[in-house]
Design a protein around this ligand. Structure first.
Ligand code: PLP
Length: 444
């Protein structure tokens, strides 16, 4: 038995000992390809000496400062760099320690903004079903993942959910992709009107849905329509890029590809690339100035906001991501990964959909490809796949999500940006070994 609380399964996985490039090693020296980077975290692989040296330098000069000095040079430099490359509306950065904290800060920023402008009745948030925004109670309340929410209900804040943009499952045969996107985006308008436009403060969504759906991008025009609706009703648009941001989809911010600018944006995971825990909430000048000129300060705070060492890691990461064609490499390798998966699984009877953007790729498993029937949850397909892939030396991120109230299985791949063609071939080949094993075991 382990005394580490989260190592609580009966079948304890090995302990990780070493990371090097795209590989992690257990205590027996077995290598595992880090095909999901944790959960889309380790974007630059393991053992990157530039990032490690930046952290060491910061530790040597000042590991931490808080009360008295609410600032440090790495935090200043990282905020400058992020704002320089962020969608144009985003002008200020609030540093936290991870994704859930970034979402909590986003929700409180939106709330305080409306209180400051004398619209405190605006307290309702609209989010999407099958989304994930974190595990703290506020973030869980906006998340649309029923099984995670169920036992903690009633949750703390007033949230209603509309449908996701999920073309594979929900586009009608008579619709084009564009028409489908407009129809589901219009659900937001219907929900705002149902709740009362003067009651709604924000809409939150992931540009590319990660953990709960397996890298599902929206269709063209969807987010432009969402932005339009938010503008019409004065509702703030929060984009949660905790998983899909920081170059993962082929641009530093995923919103760039939607050609829209949110009012608030959350990032984490790839920002620290696993070298330090760090997240951030970026917001518009309008929100920042309203609060600054109103009560004067954002009524929020954690002990580790703007942690200098975490910011030094984030700075080294974002410097790498914004120099030397890294994100362009992500676009090219992402296409290659999709092509390889198509070659291997494109006709597989149990693979319904292969999708993604950049090196953020998902594959959805089905019992029957023609009918898109989900696999019976009692088969525990995703847990079996995770174990089989692990045996084969591949760490991937299989999940059993919920599809319209039914169970559905997918795998999420988020390999490091340093992956080359032979690495991607290795990922696909190991995944194929694992899929063969599981489908044979289940007689599929
Ligand atoms: N938001 C999104 C989109 C996520 O994918 C996650 C984590 O997977 C979170 C928020 C929460 O981040 P963290 O686990 O760092 O608290």
């Amino acid at each position: 038995m382990s005394h580490v609380f989260h190592r609580n399964s009966n079948n304890l996985p090995p302990i990780g000992m070493k990371g090097d490039g795209v590989y992690l090693y257990d205590t027996d020296g077995k290598a595992y390809f880090d095909g999901s980077g944790g959960a889309a975290v380790s974007c630059l692989g393991h053992g990157d000496q530039d990032i490690i040296n930046a952290i060491k330098r910061q530790l040597d000069s000042m590991a931490f400062a808080h009360t008295g000095f609410l600032g440090s040079q790495p935090a200043e430099d990282l905020a400058d760099l992020l704002v320089k490359h962020a969608p144009e509306s985003l002008e200020h950065v609030y540093f936290v320690s991870g994704g859930s904290e970034a979402v909590e800060a986003a929700l409180k920023l939106a709330r305080q903004y409306f209180v400051e402008i004398g619209q405190s009745q605006r307290s309702k948030i609209i989010a999407r079903r099958q989304s994930y925004h974190g595990n703290t109670l506020g973030a869980l309340a906006v998340g649309g993942n029923e099984w995670r929410r169920a036992q903690f209900a009633p949750l703390l804040i007033d949230v209603s959910h509309i449908g996701p943009c999920y073309e594979y499952r929900n586009r009608r045969a008579e619709e084009t992709s564009f028409e489908y996107g407009q129809r589901v985006a219009n659900e937001l308008e219907e929900e705002i009107l149902r709740l009362g436009p003067d009651q709604v403060m924000a809409f939150i969504a992931e540009p590319v849905v990660g953990a709960t759906m397996g890298a599902v991008p929206s269709v063209e025009g969807y987010f432009k329509r969402i932005r339009e609706i938010c503008d019409t009703y004065g509702v703030l648009l929060i984009l949660d890029e905790v998983m899909c941001g920081m170059g993962r989809t082929g641009t530093l911010f995923a919103a760039e590809q939607e050609e829209i600018s949110p009012d608030i944006c959350t990032i984490a995971k790839g920002l620290g690339a696993g070298y330090q825990p760090i997240g951030a909430t970026l917001c518009s000048g309008e929100i920042f100035n309203t609060i600054k000129n109103g009560s004067g300060f954002f009524q929020h705070g954690h002990t580790y906001i703007g942690h200098p060492t975490a910011c030094s890691a984030g700075l080294a990461v974002v410097q790498k991501l914004t120099q030397g064609g890294v994100v362009e490499h992500v676009t090219a390798k992402g296409q290659q990964l999709l092509d390889l998966l198509q070659q291997e699984f494109g006709r597989h009877p149990n693979v319904g959909d292969i999708r993604g953007r950049g090196l953020f790729v998902g594959m959805e498993f089905v019992a029957d490809r023609g009918r898109k029937a989900v696999i019976d949850p009692c088969h525990k397909f995703n847990s079996r796949l995770k174990a089989a892939a692990f045996d084969a030396g591949l760490i991937c991120y299989p999940m059993g999500g919920t599809i319209d109230g039914r169970h559905g299985d997918h795998v999420l791949l988020a390999p490091p940006f340093i992956s080359e063609t032979h690495h991607l071939e290795e990922v696909v080949s190991k995944l194929a070994t694992a899929v063969r094993k599981v489908t044979a075991e289940l007689g599929m």
